[in-house]
Design a protein around this ligand. Structure first.
Ligand SMILES: [Cu+2]
Length: 435
């Protein structure tokens, strides 16, 4: 694929596939009631932020020209602890920066392809109404730049991705992101906004095999990913990278599914979505537990954080969450709300049989309060940092119990980390459990 002649043939084939059609001669331009007229004012440079950051809300009441600058870069970085992968990216991150414009804006998109790239790249934005979504207009060899414009005609949340053949390979290597087209009146205020995109990755080595891993075409064809991830790296949204909020916040998540293959059953354990913009469009559903995100699609979900603690973001095709990496955390801090969520008690059921016999040691309640049945497994290096921390804290607590007998408690371990009271749990180290 790196031979120049072969690259040129693939490029030409791609242009044909992507529909580089000429406009019909003599036809009157189409008009549309959603067209809010030509751009006004000074052109605006779009903020290009790395995920999970979201560009600020738009308060304009007129259409503008918005300049978006993207660069396709091929970068080797970690996909999991100790595992490196040759990602193909927009602006070096997976997903690429989120783009935020207002309906009616004219987007002037500059797509550079870094000089040290091995491949041509382009961009297909699902917010574009035009053949190929911009792909044919933006096919860019290494060391070149393409510029094209499109008008954001329809509000919604849309995926963008590279559409250079072989398209699945470019997407599987991380070339996708989201573009939000706000309605003319803007979005309601939210206290927190975050940007998350799920993707499936296909490496030659099995899950967590260390070292530099290469792309596995056979796994791609079989749709059997090695990793299913939020924001391109296991741990990108856990531990020190967790999303945060305070009790009482309205949290808005812009969630996409870059694919290339898997559909996401997006769920936040312990939360209910107050509203979901179904498939990223204008249909709003309420009180949703799990929302489907098609490959190449997106949703906006909003939820109110009523209770403190750690809430897990998962693909509820749950093997992907706990065995392939599709796991994030929303850590909510603030006062406990026992009227909404409270632990009352736990222990052996007081039956006559239980009262008359002492349980064998292996059946007695364990002092460790980790809710994971495989806590030992989560204490390994493979576990996401926060879960690992929980397992560690609970193991340490066991030592603390022993140490307490000898009056030498381990001070580094806050007792709240393993407290039996839900209200006293440390939000940063206590994972929620699925019900
Ligand atoms: Cu590409």
């Amino acid at each position: 694929m790196r031979h120049p002649l072969l690259s040129a043939i693939v490029l030409a084939l791609g242009l044909v596939l992507l529909g580089a059609h000429a406009a019909p001669v003599g036809a009157a331009p189409a008009t549309d009631p959603a067209d809010l007229g030509p751009p006004r004012g000074t052109p605006i440079e779009e903020a290009m932020l790395a995920p999970p950051a979201v560009p600020p809300p738009i308060h304009r009441d007129y259409p503008a020209r918005v300049i978006v600058r993207l660069e396709t870069r091929e970068v080797v970085k970690e996909i999991a602890d100790g595992v490196r992968y040759d990602f193909w990216t927009f602006n070096g991150s997976v997903p690429g920066p989120m783009i935020r414009v207002r309906q009616g804006d004219t987007v002037e998109l500059h797509l550079k392809n870094a000089a040290d790239s091995h491949m041509a790249h382009n961009i297909d934005l699902h917010a574009v109404m035009g053949p190929g979504g911009g792909a044919a207009l933006s096919m860019t060899p290494p060391g070149h730049e393409s510029v094209f414009t499109f008008k954001a005609m329809r509000e919604g949340l849309y995926i963008y991705h590279c559409a250079t053949p072989p398209v699945p390979m470019h997407i599987a290597n991380g070339m996708y992101g989201l573009i939000l087209v706000e309605p003319p009146q803007g979005l309601p205020k939210a206290d927190r906004e975050y940007y998350v995109v799920q993707g499936d990755f296909y490496t030659t080595g099995a899950y967590h095999v260390p070292g530099l891993q290469t792309f596995d075409m056979q796994k791609l064809l079989l749709e059997q990913p090695t990793y299913v991830l939020f924001n391109g790296r296991e741990g990108s949204l856990t531990g020190a990278n967790a999303l945060t909020a305070k009790v009482g916040d309205t949290v808005r998540l812009f969630v996409g599914d870059g694919g290339p293959n898997l559909v996401s059953s997006f769920h936040v354990i312990g939360q209910i979505f107050d509203s979901v913009n179904v498939e990223g469009g204008t249909l709003i559903n309420h009180n949703v537990q799990t929302t489907l995100i098609p490959a190449g699609g997106a949703v906006t979900v909003e939820m109110k954080t009523l209770v403190p603690g750690t809430f897990l973001l998962v693909d509820h095709s749950i093997t992907r969450a706990f065995m392939q990496g599709a796991l994030g955390q929303l850590v909510v801090s603030g006062p406990a709300a026992p009227a909404i969520y409270n632990k009352v008690s736990s222990g052996p059921i007081p039956t006559a049989a239980n009262r008359s016999r002492r349980l064998p040691r292996r059946l007695q309640p364990r002092r460790s309060m980790t809710p994971w049945p495989t806590a030992r497994a989560y204490s390994r290096r493979s576990a996401p940092p926060a879960i690992r921390a929980t397992a560690w804290a609970c193991r340490a607590r066991s030592r603390r119990w022993r140490c307490r007998i000898t009056s030498t408690p381990i001070r580094r371990v806050p007792s709240a980390s393993c407290s039996t009271g839900s209200a006293a749990r440390s939000p940063s180290t206590t994972p929620a459990t699925s019900r």
